[in-house]
Design a binder for this molecule. Structure first.
Ligand SMILES: Cc1cc2nc3c(=O)[nH]c(=O)nc-3n(C[C@H](O)[C@H](O)[C@H](O)COP(=O)(O)OP(=O)(O)OC[C@H]3O[C@@H](n4cnc5c(N)ncnc54)[C@H](O)[C@@H]3O)c2cc1C
Length: 470
């Protein structure tokens, strides 16, 4: 519980309406997109400006009250669960698109702006902002920046970190930090912009951002390649890249995922296929046509059963939407869905999918896999029931082995969802003890009293690395 004094100081900054500690507000901000993670905050605050965020931080810092910054709460790693209580700071009121600068090809916005709305506004002036997390209809740009989100277009265009060039952020102390700007070149000191992108709200609160935009590609073509063998699909991914073609999208769905997505969307996906690849290329029409013909030939050489090119943009959008709804479709199967994002070098995709299936069988749990094949970012997804403690324990053990297998194959524990609470115990597997120490040093420099998103990123206890039997 916050003392009446602290509460009054906060109310004085944002007004009665925008500080809440009624049960409804506390419960609805006690969880996010992550299953089985919940903790009540002491209060919820909705600032409307950088100045308000700075004033709030001065109060919370003085009293050493934890603060958990929240966009739309769609993260899948417990990144906004207030495990140590404190105040959840919701950024939704700070949702303005401040500028699209067509001369410098940049956009500047507040962090609470919805990702999809922003992409649409940018496309309306014939420009392009590629990072497209599947949650973009709900997520905020601030959440995307703090989580360094990626999406279907990540292979060719990169992820959020490749576009953010300037930030305004409020430090734990309440001071306002400005990094970068509209500059394409800037090597003045450490790259604090890049450091804050992906820092999961542990270093500062982003209150404004400038991103670079690129011209809209003039033309797009989308195809679906259907495979009876998983290895053929995986080899096709490597072969496409080996031929020096970088598709805008190169997505993979395994058989179990194809079945549930088809059941959900009914767009004619081949439910008997072992795997499908969803491939999109964009750019100048003659180049796209030539590369898509090459890709079609590679698919056929690698024994695709069938290659289907979308007849028009509507059909292409249907395929992309079907892929984006894979998580939602899987979530219909059982009460609890746990979606992970173990990532491997793309040459190891088939090994990783087969290893995942083997681990699922070993623990007798249901796991489907889909993901961004082009960048090796897979989403093994477990359908379970949080009420069945025995099954949940088996799911957790299976994921532990899946993370270990990803590391063994030269990969990582998370490609885009972040560490949060749920992967904090595994972070050391990826970055080593010295990596953890350096990161803790950075955290201390930004947030000496450890009030920003405490409990995430750094686990109280690291997990012992599982040894995978070869
Ligand atoms: C159906 C579904 C599909 C998804 N698909 C993808 C995908 O394709 N790619 C992908 O990368 N992720 C995906 N995600 C995960 C998630 O949507 C992204 O991480 C997204 O960027 C989170 O945005 P948000 O606004 O909901 O942020 P939140 O969940 O509210 O917050 C995410 C993190 O950012 C911090 N944060 C939020 N705002 C700020 C701020 N202004 N300053 C500092 N820190 C802040 C929070 O404290 C937290 O640590 C998916 C999730 C779902 C549910």
């Amino acid at each position: 519980m916050l003392s009446d004094n602290i509460k009054q100081e906060l109310v004085a900054i944002v007004g009665e309406r925008f500080y809440r500690d009624d049960q409804e507000a506390l419960i609805t901000h006690s969880y996010d997109g992550t299953p089985m993670q919940q903790a009540l905050p002491d209060g919820v605050i909705y600032p409307n400006s950088t100045d308000e965020v700075a004033k709030i931080m001065r109060v919370l810092s003085q009293h050493e009250v934890p603060v958990i910054t929240r966009g739309s709460g769609t993260n899948l790693c417990g990144g906004t669960v207030p495990t140590e209580g404190g105040v959840v700071m919701v950024m939704h009121r700070m949702n303005k698109l401040l500028e699209i600068d067509e001369e410098n090809l940049t956009a500047t916005f507040q962090p609470g702006l919805n990702t999809q709305k922003f992409i649409e506004q940018v496309e309306a002036v014939d420009l392009f902002y590629p990072p497209d997390p599947s949650s973009m209809a709900i997520s905020t740009l601030g959440g995307n920046i703090a989580a360094c989100s990626g999406g279907l277009r990540g292979l060719k265009y990169g992820t959020t970190k490749d576009y953010v060039i300037g930030l305004e952020a409020v430090l734990a102390s309440g001071e306002v930090l400005r990094t970068g700007g509209k500059l394409m070149k800037d090597v003045a000191g450490y790259d604090l912009t890049k450091l804050l992108v992906g820092s999961e709200g542990t270093l500062a609160i982003v209150t404004e951002a400038t991103v670079k935009l690129i011209p809209q590609p003039e033309y797009k073509k989308t195809m679906l390649a259907i495979f009876a063998d998983l290895y053929d699909a995986a080899r096709t991914v490597s072969k496409i890249i080996e031929h020096k073609i970088i598709p805008a999208t190169l997505e993979f769905l395994d058989n179990a995922t194809i079945r549930v997505v088809e059941d959900f969307k009914q767009i004619g996906l081949p439910v008997e296929a072992e795997a499908v690849l969803l491939i999109e290329q964009d750019g100048e029409q003659s180049v796209v046509d030539k590369e898509m013909q090459q890709i079609e030939r590679i698919c056929q050489e690698e024994h695709a059963d069938h290659v289907q090119v979308a007849k028009n943009r509507e059909e292409a959008e249907q395929l992309l939407t079907a892929r984006r709804s894979a998580f939602t479709a899987l979530a219909r199967l059982r009460p609890t869905t746990i979606l992970e994002d173990a990532t491997v070098p793309r040459s190891k995709i088939a090994d990783m999918v087969l290893k995942t299936n083997e681990i699922a069988r070993k623990y007798d749990v249901q796991i489907c896999t889909f993901g961004h094949a082009g960048d090796g970012n897979l989403h093994p997804t477990a359908m379970t029931d949080a009420r069945d403690q025995d099954e949940v324990k088996r799911v957790e053990a299976a994921f532990e082995e899946i993370f270990a297998a990803a590391i063994e194959l030269g990969g990582t524990i998370t490609g885009e969802h972040g560490v949060g609470i749920v992967k904090a115990p595994y972070l050391e597997w990826k970055v080593g003890a010295s990596g953890i120490e350096v990161m803790k040093g950075i955290k201390k420099a930004f947030d000496p009293n450890h009030i920003l998103n405490p409990g995430i990123m750094f686990a109280k206890e690291a997990k012992k690395r599982v040894v995978i039997q070869k």
